[in-house]
Design a protein around this ligand. Sequence first.
Ligand code: NAD
Length: 487
Amino acid sequence: MSFAFDPAVLKLPSAHFIGGAYVETPFTIDILSPSTGEAVGAIPCAGADTVDQAVRTAREALERSGWAKMRPRDRRNALCAWADLMEAEARTLAALEAVCSSRPFAQVVTGDIPVTAEQIRFFAEFADKEGGTLAPVSTDHFGYVSDEPYGVIGAITPWNFPISMAGWKLGPALAAGNAVVLKPSEMTPYSTLYMAELAVRAGIPKGILNIVLGDGPTTGAAITGHAGIDKVSFTGSTRAGGAIMENIARSGIKPMTLELGGKSPMLVFADADLDLAADCLDRGIMSNAGQACVSGSRMIVAEEIAGALADKLKARFARYRPAHTLAMQPGFSPIISEKQLSRIDSIVQAAAGQGAEAICGGARFDCDGSYYQPTLITGVDAESPAVREEIFGPVASFQTFTTEDEAMALASHPTYGLCAGLFTRDLSRAMRLTRRLEAGTVWVNRYGRSRDHILPTTGWKSSGLGSDLGREAYRANRRTKSVLIDL
Ligand code: NAD
């Protein structure tokens, strides 16, 4: 196979990054390539003492460097220089991502990295533009609301889009004048470490961005429970989000932003542009092999066009070919681990056992690595795990409706409310149903984010607490102070 980047020459950063230097502790976690199943390296797992070292370093760096107090324009400039360097180093950064994740090298170079760099610049611009407000108080007083950074943010990110997720957390936290201790997923640590190295090269003071490596129950819990962490910002599963809330409640109250799981519906009405809908539904579920929080994993389709749409989807799904993530041409992404692939398959097989039919896919690809076939399941009822659980794989349920109310009832999920997609040419219907859909993001006649970073992503229900992206994310990294002066 021809590789876009020679894995043999790739130097893998494999230690914690604290105070601008690599800090080694013994390796305990193997890093595997999902494209082959082979180990590519190993990393350490930070215990409470290493996390404490990182938090203290971050606090000292805030004091020493004046990061929070400097001219905001200078903070903006350092962040923009970092974004530029990420783009200049895109090939190395992308290789470090692709070597152990589900992200194809070519897509990371042309998509994840430029978009992340753009988002970092977007947040950097808030540094010298957002501020407090004067308060309309009585004339013998002077009142205003100021806002200030929290101090040290503890950030935890998932494996599915490592660079993008780190960018979502770091852009607003650093622009707002905080220091950060970030733990990437224990499955995909390398690109985040290199981002931190580049931050120092770009002029962000040493110790303002620290990376600790390790798993959730050990390192993650040590971060969320640390008294020196002023705010927690987490992206990951709803299950881990619950464990984090519990840990924070036990160890001392602190604010948190949680971006969690989803089980998002994509509704197609009979008047929709069917080719456009098929393209969007296809990408909505098959991007990153369904391993995206926003995956449109529940297709809810008007009865009269269901057959035609299913045929279009089957034709599109049949085109996917698995490919190594470092291959020259991007192909279909692998599933992150064999454990996750078995879970996907067990949900599909359980649905089949209950009378559902996989009208395409329904099994792993016959090749090396952890690849699952694009799968569409019909004949599922609303209570089936295939319709209720976040599968996090290339599997969508396909249900039909005859009335608008029936469509809304199918779209409603008892716990998740991350996103929803709506396909119709009827503007009144689009406006009416956009209001009724219980989700933090609704896309009409499209499915997926644009590069309009001003739009926040907010999980409703158990899909989250607070927002990433948008002005909201910058503000979520500062806390308000009311000041009242007697004149
Ligand atoms: P995960 O919850 O298993 O792990 C996410 C991160 O949390 C990892 O770094 C992990 O080590 C850490 N972690 C796990 N348990 C922890 C604990 N008890 N305390 C502290 N940290 C802990 O999720 P994952 O499998 O890496 O990622 C997939 C999940 O992330 C999916 O549910 C997906 O929907 C969600 N996600 C959500 C968004 C969003 O914006 N809403 C974006 C991307 C991914």
